[in-house]
Write a protein that binds this ligand. Structure first.
Ligand SMILES: [Ca+2]
Ligand SMILES: [Ca+2]
Length: 337
C-alpha cells in the first residue's frame, strides 16, 4: 500500500526532526482533517522508507529495558509477512522466548490549542498467544504516551486516548512474567497489516509516543511490524488575519421609523384642478378629495359609488325659490371610467 506523504511540520516537530531523511519538505497537507474556523490542518508522517535497514529514522529512540538484542530496527524482509505496508521498510521488533521489554519512542510531540489530534498507523503482528482462549495473550504490544517530557509513561487509553479502530484484542497473562501482565494488548496473529486509529489526548506538551513490545518467560512469536504512521490535528490560534466584517447597511435603526406597518403603498393624489364643492367618488376609494383636502384613510371600496354632499350648496343656475331658498336638486358627478 502506497500513500503519498503530504506533511506540514509544526515548529516543535520541525525543530526536533530537522534533518530526517524520510520526511519531505513541509507542504500543505492533502489528507488532513477538516478544520473549523481559522484552525490549520497539521500532519506528520513516518513511513520508515527513507533509511537503510536496520537504521531507524532520525529522532526515534530504541531501548531494550529487558531482554536480548535486537533493538527496534527498520526491516524490509522476513516475518511476519508482508515485511512492510509502504515499501520497502517498516519498523520491526522480534518476539523472543524470554522475558523482554522493547521500546520504540517517538519524542517531541506537542499538541496544544488544537482539535481532533489523531494517530493512525498500520501494523502486522504475530505474538505468542493462547490457542485455547482467544482473549488471552502471552506476548503483546501496546501503545503508550508520556505527557511529562518522558518522565513517566502510561497506556494511551489511560492517558485519555481512544482506540477508534484496530484496538487491543487480548489481555496479557498474569502468570508468566510479562512486563505488561494483565493489560489489554495486541497479541496473537493479525494476519497481515491492519489499521489502528487513535484519538489522542487534546493537550500534549513535549510528549512521546511509545510502541512497546513485551514478552513472557517462554515461547516466542514472529514479531511486530509498524509502518505508515500519520499524526494529524487542527492547530489553533494565532490565526491568519481575516478580512473585516462589513456591516450590513440595510440593518440600521433609522430604517425602522419610516417603515409602515401595512405593506400598502400610499397612493399619490391625482392633481385636482381646483377644489370642488361637491364630492366625487374615486375609482378605488383610496383617495377622496373634499374641498381641497385629501384624505387617504378611507379603506378601499369594492364598488365605487357616487357620494353626495351632505349639505348641498346652491348652484348658480338654480332659480330662487319663492321663499328665498335655493331650490336645487343635488346631483352627483358620474363615476369616471
Ligand atoms: Ca514503509
Ligand atoms: Ca513468550
Amino acid at each position: 500500500m502506497t500513500r503519498p506523504k503530504s506533511i506540514v511540520t509544526p515548529p516543535r516537530w520541525r525543530r526536533i526532526f530537522s534533518g530526517r531523511s524520510d520526511i519531505p519538505a513541509p507542504v500543505v497537507a492533502s489528507s488532513s482533517p477538516q478544520c473549523i474556523l481559522c484552525m490549520k490542518p497539521v500532519e506528520f508522517g513516518e513511513n520508515f522508507d527513507g533509511v537503510m535497514p536496520p537504521m531507524l529514522p532520525l529522532g526515534w529512540i530504541a531501548t531494550n529495558v529487558q531482554g536480548p538484542p535486537p533493538l527496534w530496527v527498520t526491516s524490509n524482509s522476513g516475518m511476519p509477512s508482508p515485511p512492510a505496508d509502504t515499501l520497502p521498510n517498516a519498523a520491526f521488533i522480534d518476539d523472543p522466548a524470554v522475558v523482554s521489554d522493547k521500546l520504540s519512542d517517538l519524542p517531541g510531540l506537542t499538541v496544544f490549542e488544537a482539535l481532533s489530534p489523531q494517530l493512525t498507523f498500520r501494523h502486522n503482528f504475530n505474538l505468542e498467544a493462547s490457542d485455547q482462549d482467544p482473549n488471552l495473550g502471552f506476548d503483546g504490544a501496546v501503545l503508550e504516551i508520556s505527557v511529562d517530557q518522558g518522565q513517566t509513561y502510561q497506556d494511551i487509553l489511560d492517558a485519555g486516548g481512544i482506540l477508534i479502530t484496530g484496538g487491543y484484542n487480548r489481555t496479557i497473562s498474569t502468570d508468566r512474567g510479562s512486563p505488561i501482565a494483565g493489560r489489554p494488548a495486541w497479541s496473537g496473529n493479525s494476519g497481515g497489516f491492519i489499521t489502528t486509529t487513535v484519538s489522542l489526548p487534546l493537550v500534549i506538551i513535549e510528549g512521546t509516543l511509545r510502541w512497546r513490545m513485551a514478552s513472557d518467560s517462554g515461547g516466542s512469536g514472529e514479531g511486530w511490524r509498524v509502518d505508515t504512521i500519520d499524526i494529524t490535528w487542527c492547530q489553533g490560534p494565532p490565526c491568519t488575519p481575516t478580512p473585516p466584517i462589513t456591516p450590513m447597511p440595510t440593518v440600521t435603526p433609522t430604517a425602522t421609523p419610516n417603515a409602515t406597518p401595512s405593506p400598502r403603498v400610499t397612493p399619490r393624489p391625482r392633481p385636482t384642478p381646483a377644489p370642488r364643492p361637491t364630492a366625487r367618488a374615486t375609482p378605488t376609494g383610496m383617495l377622496r378629495a373634499t374641498a381641497g383636502s385629501i384624505s387617504t384613510h378611507s379603506p378601499p371600496t369594492p364598488t365605487p359609488k357616487p357620494r353626495v354632499t351632505p349639505h348641498p350648496r346652491p348652484v348658480p343656475s338654480a332659480p330662487p325659490s319663492p321663499h328665498g331658498t335655493a331650490a336645487f336638486t343635488p346631483h352627483s358627478r358620474p363615476t369616471p371610467p
